[in-house]
Design a protein around this ligand. Structure first.
Ligand code: MEV
Length: 298
């Protein structure tokens, strides 16, 4: 069974597109996929009840992305791939990258091909490019490899180790957003006001470096403060919504050490850092019925 996990960016989204570092974690929720020889190439996606044929010029990005992935294999039989998606789409949890990684993983398995997970993540970049135009590569890398890691565009993931697991509570605003549009909006701000946006990216970079130390030292209080600061900086880039802001506040009031939007913003998800597993439930209740707890070992 092929698998691509979802991801939560702890700090550094958007700046990471422009070469700054980010910290992300892989979560257990993701996409499972199976591939088998068939009469023609077909991608089935559940629970959306979609069946798509590959088409490099197709109107549907999924048709183009499937075609891009199949183009990576020479000399293969036609394949039917069935993928089951456990993540909300357009929510900042890396749903599209997880589908790409799971599909590649399933095809590798069907063809008896073995490669390291990091290479699988790199190979899924062609899939991400169809959806996002200019992806940093953090989503596909984390989807394949998981754990807690520092990511810099074009470089291998650097795992961050700690003796304390991170207990995250992920809340979904119900507002979907387009990563491509949010990345374009930040790029426009960078072009029209380079000093302000570069200063913001540099401040985010400092937070990422400090968070690397905080995670390594198991200092969750410091990490929570850094998350709150990163949230404010992302809000200054106009990536937050009233709903997401309210959810972050509610999580802090319910005992979270810090809370921020995650991923592209403009909707989608936020997450909160719980002091420990036993205190995560109260925060989850404050974030609504779609919220879930993700525990990650660093
Ligand atoms: C999307 O999950 C994260 C962004 O930084 C885009 C990217 O890194 O490609 C917004």
């Amino acid at each position: 069974m092929g698998f691509g996990r979802g991801k939560v960016i702890l700090l550094g989204e958007h700046a990471v597109v422009h070469g700054y570092p980010a910290i992300a974690v892989g979560i257990e929720r993701g996409v499972h996929a199976e591939a088998a020889p068939a009469k023609r190439d077909l991608l089935r996606l559940e629970p959306w009840d979609l069946a798509l044929e590959p088409d490099p010029d197709g109107r549907e990005p999924l048709e183009r992305a499937f075609s891009a992935i199949l183009g990576e294999y020479e000399d293969r039989p036609p394949l039917e791939v069935r993928a089951t998606v456990e993540l909300p789409a357009g929510a900042g949890l890396g749903c599209s990258a997880a589908i790409g990684v799971a599909v590649l993983d399933a095809i590798d398995e069907a063809l008896g091909r073995k490669r390291p997970r990091a290479e699988l993540g790199d190979a899924a970049l062609v899939w991400e490019e169809v959806f996002h135009g200019d992806p940093s590569g953090v989503d596909n890398a984390m989807s394949a490899v998981g754990g807690v890691a520092l990511f810099v565009r074009g470089m291998p993931l650097r795992p961050i180790h700690s003796n304390k697991p991170l207990c995250l509570v992920v809340g979904y605003s119900g507002e979907s957003s387009s990563t491509k549009e949010m990345v374009t909006s930040v790029r426009r701000q960078l072009e029209s006001d380079p000093e302000r946006v570069r200063n913001t990216f540099a401040a985010i970079e400092t937070l990422v470096h400090n968070a690397t130390h905080a995670i390594g030292a198991g200092d969750l209080i410091a990490l929570g403060q850094l998350l709150d600061l990163n949230h404010t900086l992302l809000a200054s880039l106009m990536l937050c919504t009233t709903k997401l802001d309210a959810m972050c506040r509610a999580a802090r009031e319910a005992g979270a050490l810090g809370a921020k939007i995650t991923g592209a913003g403009g909707g989608g998800c936020m997450f909160a850092l719980a002091p420990k597993r036993s205190e995560a439930e109260r925060i989850r209740e404050a974030l609504g019925s779609d919220a879930f707890v993700a525990e990650v070992s660093a």
